[in-house]
Design a binder for this molecule. Structure first.
Ligand code: MEV
Length: 446
């Protein structure tokens, strides 16, 4: 085991940015100046823009770049989109673009928002008689809503707000445990702050009002709030995306008929429906598309990930999010997923690239963004299954990976050009690329 003699630090967050960097590079790096140089290289030269990024989080020392790519030619409900994607994985954008083009020639994607309800809960402990708690809840319910008026006023004016508050008895799971299970409509906002503020106000009112509820004993009056927080499980904030075409139109060339392609494709989906090991990878591929658009549009991809995977296990076994069938000669491939997204609030009005991404998408409402994101996921899964069931994934992957390897070994533009051409006809492996690069360099020296 290696032992590092590093002292902890107090008051780090109060140091200036440059002092923070000094401490980090002096403490952790053998070449402090070089490390500092790398961190500073990623600072934006526009001070205001840099400050904006500095202030998104605490203890910012630099910016972390991800490529922002675009996948054009997405026809969604007869409107054409170019979809922005922020992602580091080679071949995701290329795969999305390929799937977009494929379906552009076959009628495009059809989407529909099924529901937009979000959930938040106040978790609390009450030691006493349930009937009395229920009476108290029914009496205090309207007060709970009234006390959040300052928070909900604008949202209610626009047609959203608190939909329903339910008292849930969870004592069969944990002694004395109850919830105020609440549903919300947050319109174009992702709604996390709105929901959490409402819940914290409910908790305050609920606890306070209990103290003067006559039917309660002294012990019953002492309601303990455990926590108040939104749920990232949003099975009622659901969107559907679908593609379909005649089976024979699936064929692009003579190597595989439309019918053979459809059969193999459906088998691949069925495997992901029944086999969790495959389902996780299958769904990961879907999330390649989803996360990239969620990130590019300034939304919370961790929330989306958590909610989507929970939804994939809603029947008690982790399963595929997508489904496919052939009926009456028509191939249909579809997905329904929960997506809590916002196009106002959060980063959406702050981050210049997020604003740009949203404008690129015709400034969508949250509902429209749900549909675009779902399409990116479905397209990604289509592209992955198409490669997996035909040529295999590595052919395309390694071609994209070639550039990463060449960059790693600091190939210049001429070397890249020559080797890209060479690897059009030869198999890309890490070793093969290094060998070819070395050979080229040696032959150039001679
Ligand atoms: C790689 O990031 C994603 C895939 O593994 C998805 C899949 O296997 O379906 C290609």
């Amino acid at each position: 085991m290696r032992v590092f003699m590093i002292k902890s630090i107090t008051g780090f967050s109060k140091l200036s940015k440059s002092k923070k960097i000094d401490w980090i590079v002096d403490t952790y790096f053998s070449n402090a100046e070089e490390a500092k140089g790398i961190l500073k290289q990623y600072w934006n030269t526009n001070n205001n823009l840099q400050q904006l990024h500095d202030e998104f989080i605490e203890n910012t020392i630099t910016n972390y770049y991800l490529p922002l790519g675009v996948a054009p030619n997405f026809l969604i409900n007869d409107t054409l989109y170019t979809i922005p994607m922020a992602i580091e994985e080679s071949s995701v954008v290329a795969a999305a673009s390929k799937a977009a083009k494929f379906w552009l020639e076959r009628g495009g994607f059809k989407t529909e928002v099924i529901s937009t309800t979000k959930i938040g809960q106040v978790h609390f402990i009450y030691k006493g008689d349930f009937d009395k708690l229920n009476k108290f809840f029914n009496q205090v319910k309207s007060r709970l809503i009234d006390d959040t008026e300052a928070i909900t006023k604008n949202m209610t004016k626009r047609g959203g707000g608190i939909l329903e508050i339910e008292l849930r008895n969870k004592t069969s799971d944990i002694d004395n445990y109850y919830q105020l299970h609440t549903s919300f409509e947050t319109l174009d906002a992702m709604g996390a702050n709105f929901i959490n503020s409402c819940l914290e106000q409910f908790a305050k009112t609920f606890k306070q009002e209990a103290l003067s509820f006559d039917l309660f004993s002294e012990e019953e009056k002492q309601i303990e709030i455990v926590m108040s927080i939104l749920s990232n499980y949003v099975p009622d904030c659901l969107v559907r995306a679908e593609v379909s075409c005649n089976v024979e139109d699936l064929s692009e060339n003579a190597t595989i008929s439309g019918e053979a392609f459809a059969n193999k494709f459906i088998q691949a989906v069925q495997i992901a429906e029944v086999e969790p090991y495959r389902a996780v990878t299958h769904n990961k591929g879907i999330m390649n598309g989803i996360d990239a658009v969620v990130l590019a549009t300034g939304n919370d991809f961790r929330a989306v990930e958590a909610g989507v995977h929970a939804y994939a296990s809603r029947h008690g076994k982790y399963s595929s999010l997508t489904h496919a069938k052939v009926e009456n000669g028509i191939f249909t491939f579809w997905m329904e997923i929960p997506l809590a997204l916002g196009t106002v609030g959060g980063l959406t009005g702050l981050h210049p690239l997020v604003k740009l991404a949203l404008e690129l998408l015709h400034k969508p409402s949250a509902k429209e963004l749900m549909q675009i994101v779902a399409v990116a996921g479905l397209a990604q899964n289509f592209a992955a299954l198409r490669s997996l069931t035909t040529t295999g994934i590595q052919e395309g992957h390694m071609k994209m990976h070639l550039m990463n390897i060449l960059n790693q070994f600091e190939a210049n533009n001429t070397e890249k050009e020559i080797l890209t051409k060479y690897f059009k006809k030869n198999t890309v492996t890490h070793n093969a690329v290094i060998e070819a690069l070395n050979k080229l360099r040696v032959s150039n020296e001679n």
